[in-house]
Write a new protein. Structure first.
Lengths: 112, 113
């Protein structure tokens, strides 16, 4: 899987939009970009996945520029319950079935 | 469907003891893996398997053994527990569904005294 770089931590306030950017300069043609969320004492859970342009679901949006060397997870109108660690993974999970390695993630803290 | 089930949820061992963490999934996923997470840290891959009878090492395999005799089960064995193995262990599985989603168990918190 491609190496990724994320901010170690971010702070925001309730009701704000939060954008977390992940850099992945060595992304390969067949690689997908996947984001996970982890609450304390729980396993990570899938948030969103994309290949290019923009993907939106009921939880978040994922923006991927044309060169795909970075991606931005956007959380609209965050609440206290969005306080968690967010991980960006990049890889061709469907064909390689190789090691799925997590980085250190971004620790997001939401204040009232 | 139960998803990914881990047992036990909590375990305390003495240095040198051995034990097995159990992991089972009912989604017919080929890929299964074990991670450990130390306080305030990210997840580190211990071992993984891409199918029954196939296992391989992750980032931190020393002190751990795995086997994959069935698609459903992927136990993690600690051969001789050390205090450095005090951690939370997560089992995960992945299948080629419509989204590349890795499903995690609830975790097993291990303390080695």
């Amino acid at each position: 899987l491609a190496k990724t770089t994320q901010p170690i931590s971010m702070d925001s306030y309730e009701g704000q939009e939060v954008n977390i950017t992940c850099s992945h300069n060595n992304i390969a043609t067949n690689d997908y970009i996947t984001w996970y969320q982890q609450f304390p004492s729980q396993g990570p859970r899938f948030i969103i996945q994309g290949y290019k342009t923009k993907v939106t679901n009921e939880v978040a949006s994922l923006f991927i520029p044309a060169d795909r060397k970075s991606s931005t997870l956007s959380l609209p109108r965050v609440s206290l319950s969005d306080t968690a660690v967010y991980y960006c993974l990049v890889g061709d999970l469907y064909s390689s079935a190789s090691k799925i390695i997590f980085g250190s993630g971004t620790r997001l803290s939401i204040r009232p | 469907n139960a998803g990914v089930t881990q047992t036990p949820k909590f375990q305390v061992l003495k240095t040198g003891q051995s034990m097995t963490l159990q992991c089972a999934q009912d989604m017919n996923h080929e890929y299964m893996s074990w991670y450990r997470q130390d306080p305030g840290m990210g997840l580190r891959l211990i071992h993984y398997s891409v199918g029954a009878g196939i296992t391989d090492q992750g980032e931190v395999p020393n002190g751990y053994n795995v086997s994959r005799s069935t698609t459903e089960d992927f136990p993690l064995r600690l051969l001789s527990a050390a205090p450095s193995q005090t951690s939370v262990y997560f089992c995960a599985s992945f299948g080629q569904g419509p989204t590349g989603e890795l499903f995690f168990g609830e975790g097993s918190r291990l303390t080695v005294l």
